[in-house]
Design a protein. Structure first.
Length: 571
């Protein structure tokens, strides 16, 4: 509810708006817009009237926007006559001006009513709770679904046009050696493709089907437009965020932020061997160093997924490698994939650096290429062993877009596509009284994971992250905070190696949102509990009392005091 002073202001404004509404309604209905006097010439000439006698032959006429009245005087008393503007005067008076006046009056009437309603609603209602409560949730969900459906319809029409063009071209040019005519599909910039002659193995129809099955659970499902346009895009070199990727929304953004964690790992702790680095080492990198860091991070992820034995890199060629079957939907890029297998991590990293533009340039489908490389490095056989009955495929459709299941993120962070974040295995009993096993994290990885959801906490079903992910070997965490992915890290390599260092230390936070122009510096004190006193401060916004970033950090360091060092807490 608003304060009493604001309530008075709203009430006065509402009353004035309603008075305006009544005034406009009265003006529209009155017949006093035009008034005039008319002379009965025939009667006046007949009696040769002059002076005061002439007044007996002068009548009146008046009309408004819709109706009017004429009183004629011919010496025998007034003779009234009512008429309507439509259609009696429609051909005589300029209709365009008259209709415009009516429309503007109606618009003014509607806006005055809306204004009165809003003022009164703000005075006696709770608009904030309404628009941020169930009604607002339904409204914004409807808008989001409508937008997603419209985008999906447009993509579907575009795909159908491409398929029709392909069918027409195939009817004219028969296939030779299982190759499609290269001009009938969406063309990639030449710089983003490699020649089929440089080596590697072309993708087969069976392999493409298995990719679709493990990703979507169906061979007839394809990536959405948002996924196709996603690639690994850095901020400008030599800036405060030159080390950071600019993530997209949706599932592709989660993958980009998981790769971001490994980029920070390479720049801080692999490329440099010092125990405690300065944050400036992240900011002083140029474009070539960005590409090198991305290549090293991707190579490390693929090598870990391949259990230190093999890494598979996927790139696009200009040729299409197989003829699609009736149970496979063409997407115009999977059919062009060329696979390159490497049995040494350094060789894979050099190859990726030589072709890093194929993942970090616009129109490259870079995130999809990385995802294909990740799955093929892990192999389908290992993926089936990693997953359990709760997750049979890796992407989940939500609000018209595909988001990543936890198994994808765990595969990037740990090398195994475990569907859950607890330690080890857990046995549960199903409705049919059968025991089934849930697959969690089996060992500590180099980088970790934190999770906090305000909605889950309110419904008492928060996700409990195990110590394997909470306490990684290096102080870098991928954070899922209210469904948005971000990165938390320290420049002190030994932070998690000595418990004494965790009394008072610094962390840095990057959430990937366009509004963040510089890295956030947080100071953590695990021995001081003065943060609890701040809960007594009155604040209508619970996010200001307990910022979600702080709550996520406290899932690792319970009760910690967090200082934003002068910055305004956000997220």
């Amino acid at each position: 509810m608003p304060a009493p002073q604001k309530k008075v202001v709203f009430c006065i404004a509402g009353v004035l708006s309603f008075a305006c509404t009544l005034g406009i309604a009265a003006a529209v209905g009155t017949q006093l817009w035009v008034r005039g006097r008319i002379l009965c010439k025939t009667g006046a000439l007949l009696v040769n009237a002059t002076g005061q006698e002439l007044d007996k032959f002068i009548g009146e006429i008046q009309y408004g926007l819709f109706y009017g009245e004429r009183v004629r005087q011919c010496g025998l008393g007034g003779r009234p006559f009512r008429f309507s503007f439509f259609p009696d005067l429609f051909k005589i008076i300029p209709a365009s001006i008259h209709v415009s006046v009516i429309l503007f009056c109606l618009a003014l009437l509607v806006f005055a009513l809306i204004g009165a309603g809003f003022f009164m609603y703000n005075a006696f209602g709770k608009p904030y709770e309404t628009w941020h409560g169930p009604l607002g949730l339904y409204l914004w969900s409807f808008v989001s679904c409508w937008k997603s459906v419209m985008q999906k319809c447009q993509d579907h029409k575009l795909d159908n046009k491409k398929e029709d063009a392909a069918a027409a071209a195939l009817a004219t040019h028969p296939l030779k050696k299982s190759h499609f005519p290269p001009t009938i599909f969406q063309s990639f910039p030449k710089v983003l493709t490699v020649s089929s002659n440089v080596g590697g193995q072309p993708i087969s129809l069976e392999m493409a089907k298995e990719l679709r099955q493990i990703l979507f659970g169906s061979t007839l499902q394809v990536f959405s437009y948002e996924w196709k346009r996603s690639y690994f895009r850095f901020h400008n070199p030599y800036t405060d965020l030159s080390f950071a990727l600019e993530p997209d929304k949706g599932g592709a953004g989660a993958i980009q932020m998981a790769v971001q964690v490994n980029i920070i790992k390479y720049i801080l702790f692999v490329q440099n061997k010092e125990e405690n680095l300065h944050l400036q080492s992240l900011c002083e990198i140029n474009q070539n160093e960005q590409g090198n860091a991305l290549a090293a991070a991707v190579a490390d992820i693929l090598w870990r997924a391949g259990e230190g034995q093999k890494a598979t890199v996927c790139l696009f060629t200009s040729d299409t490698h197989f003829t699609p079957s009736i149970d496979y939907k063409v997407d115009h890029f999977t059919e062009r994939v060329q696979l390159f297998d490497f049995f040494e991590k350094e060789t894979a990293q050099q190859f990726l650096y030589d072709h890093i533009h194929c993942m970090k340039c616009e129109e490259s489908h870079g995130v999809i290429l990385f995802l294909y490389s990740l799955l093929l490095s892990r192999t389908f056989e290992r993926l089936q062993k990693d997953l359990d009955f709760t997750a049979t495929h890796l992407l989940q459709c939500r609000l018209g877009n595909f988001i990543c299941r936890q198994a994808v993120l765990n595969l990037i962070l740990t090398g195994r596509a475990s569907p859950h974040v607890f330690n080890g295995f857990q046995k549960i009993e199903t409705e049919s009284s059968m025991q089934k096993v849930l697959h969690g994290i089996l060992s500590r990885s180099d980088v970790g994971y934190l999770h906090w959801s305000k909605e889950e906490m309110e419904h008492d079903r928060s996700l409990q992250v195990g110590s394997m992910l909470k306490t990684p070997k290096l102080p870098i965490w991928l954070c899922n905070i209210n469904g948005i992915y971000s990165v938390l890290f320290s420049t002190n390599r030994l932070l998690l190696s000595d418990w004494k260092m965790e009394h008072h230390f610094d962390l840095y936070f990057y959430n990937g949102q366009p509004s963040q122009k510089t890295i956030a510096h947080l100071t953590i004190d695990t021995h001081s509990h003065h943060w609890e006193e701040n809960h007594h401060v009155e604040d209508s916004d619970p996010e200001k009392r307990c910022p979600s970033v702080e709550m996520a950090i406290r899932t690792k360091w319970e009760g910690a005091a967090i200082n934003w060092n002068g910055a305004v807490p956000f997220f």
